[in-house]
Design a protein around this ligand. Structure first.
Ligand code: PMV
Length: 327
């Protein structure tokens, strides 16, 4: 029996699981209203969960090592409720299919930054579900994982489109339209991406609510903007099919301009986007809910270092570099 207050490598965990972060290349916010979005997994930035035998009667508990906080079903803490929910959803789904799943203690660590538009909530939930599935000796269908993570996403985001749980569960570039089966996209050319963190946390729930409130007052304007974003996403898909990086980058930058008009950018994000473009990026835009968080930047081959330096000078607090390989 173990109650975790910190990771102890001297004892072996019963099972473990991990899940990646994500970036939305185009289409955030508009995807909430039925427009398509394109999202990619950031496979080398991950959350990791380990399962231990817990104390009897506690239910599933999650020790978030990065926060030095332990959450149980009784905890009254917004940060932990979604994590415990993900664990409970997995336990309910897998109960009876292996060893007893009651009273598990789950240790969580994540390199996916919280509240930065990189899918931290989906990644941490997915890591927990994968670890519990591994403990139950189940091979987990990504569609089942996606559905379980969506339950936790509802807690964080209110009315999520489903794009985050889909890309994180399948770890493949995805064309996502709310209510339709995801389409996994062949990427015709490698994408060199930088994610530049403003250092400002943002709550997706708040920016989504802000757009919804505007739409209630002025549906014509908001629907016009989301339709224009949807048209860019369609163009970007063609550019991706044809391996046209310049076209893809232009669509991303145009998407940022529309997200600005939608009111979800910030001066810090605009500064990063402008600095990236001035340093030779093919395209740049805010990524995820906005209101803070990260910008995603498409780099021409061999320019990532120069663009990184420009982003640092423009205020980026942290940079993540990744390549989406040709599928
Ligand atoms: O901020 P993130 O990484 O959770 O992305 C949110 C994407 C939105 O389109 C703004 C919301 C949604 O549910 O799709």
């Amino acid at each position: 029996m173990l109650q975790l207050t910190d990771c102890s490598d001297a004892v072996h965990a019963l099972a473990s699981g991990s899940a990646c972060g994500k970036a939305i290349l185009l289409g955030e916010h508009a995807v909430v209203y039925g427009q398509p979005a394109i999202a990619v997994p950031i496979v080398d930035v991950r959350a990791q969960a380990r399962v231990w035998a817990g104390s009897p009667g506690t239910g599933p508990a999650v020790y978030a090592a990065d926060l030095a906080a332990r959450f149980t079903p009784e905890s009254d803490d917004q940060r932990g409720t979604g994590l415990v929910l993900a664990a409970q959803a997995a336990i309910d789904a897998f109960m009876g299919q292996g060893p007893p799943l009651i009273d598990l203690e789950i240790e969580l660590r994540s390199l996916v930054p919280m509240a930065r538009g990189m899918g931290s909530s989906a990644a941490t939930s997915a890591a927990i579900v994968r670890a519990i599935a591994a403990h139950a000796h189940l091979s987990l269908d990504p569609a089942v994982l996606s559905r379980l993570v969506y339950l936790a996403e509802m807690h964080y985001h209110g009315n999520p489109s489903g794009v985050d749980n889909t890309v994180v569960a399948f770890e493949r570039p995805v064309w996502f339209t709310r209510g339709s089966a995801p389409v996994f996209m062949p990427v015709g050319v490698s994408l060199h991406l930088l994610l530049a963190d403003t250092g400002v946390p943002s709550r997706t729930r708040d920016t989504v609510a802000q757009v919804r409130a505007w739409r209630e007052r002025d549906a014509a304007t908001v629907d016009g903007l989301t339709a224009a974003i949807g048209a860019l996403v369609c163009q970007a898909r063609e550019h991706l099919d044809q391996g046209d990086l310049a076209g893809l980058g232009q669509a991303m930058s145009a998407n940022h301009a529309l997200l600005r008009l939608l009111g979800v950018s910030t001066p810090a994000l605009d500064t990063l986007v402008e600095a990236a473009s001035a340093a030779g990026a093919l395209g740049a835009k805010l990524c995820g809910g906005g209101g803070g968080g990260c910008a995603v930047v498409l780099c021409p081959s061999g320019r990532a270092d120069a663009i990184s330096a420009a982003l640092r000078r423009a205020g980026a607090q942290k940079l993540y570099e990744t390549t989406i390989a040709t599928a």
